[in-house]
Design a protein around this ligand. Sequence first.
Ligand SMILES: O=C(CO)[C@@H](O)[C@H](O)COP(=O)(O)O
Ligand SMILES: [Fe+2]
Length: 223
Amino acid sequence: MNYKIAPSILNADFWNLEKEIKAVQCGGADFLHLDVIDGQFAPSISFGPTVIESIRKHCHLVFDVHLMIHEPGKYIPDFVNAGADIITIHAEGNYHLHRLVHQIKSYNKKAGVALNPATPISAIQYLINDLDMVLVMTVNPGFGGQPFIPNVLPKISELKELIEKKNAKVDIEVDGGITPAEAKMCADAGANVFVVGSYIFKNKAFDDKKRAVETIREALCAI
Ligand SMILES: O=C(CO)[C@@H](O)[C@H](O)COP(=O)(O)O
Ligand SMILES: [Fe+2]
């Protein structure tokens, strides 16, 4: 299985961002997960396209932009111009999800839809063949460092079944509270992309963030 690791910089040390990102790149990360939060859709404020554009100039990883913002359609061109490769919007509150997904794809970017822990798979049932990725939130959106919600695991298996039934080509990304143990559980349920924030960037066990990424990979390789 081709598993992808996507470090989230939400809880990184922004003073040392260059060092932090270089370390995860060296550790074999595939994506860089960029959490954009506006304080309206979810209860905190992070960063926007200007920060992403600055990182883009120096980082070759796939930019996986997770938009937790109100009215994302207004800002999709800004994130495209900032260098996003994958743009994920939430199913919740976006009344014209199909239109937004095709807006993202019209820029030749990959489109994802994220589901909060309480949102059922049926929210994307009729859209699944249009998507490149479904992001299954394993915490409520807004903050890094929250504990993984195990009740979401059956949703991952249900999504995997839907993808197979509809013959779709869609990545299943999990996001929130992922450590090697949760990565393994989610992979067993069908996930193939793993967002990892605090375990890498706020972990006293690792001086070297590179090693933290490697331990996630080792857990997935052991499956
Ligand atoms: O989207 C979010 C939070 O809203 C996530 O991407 C987190 O930032 C992941 O961080 P950890 O839960 O791994 O600390
Ligand atoms: Fe995220």
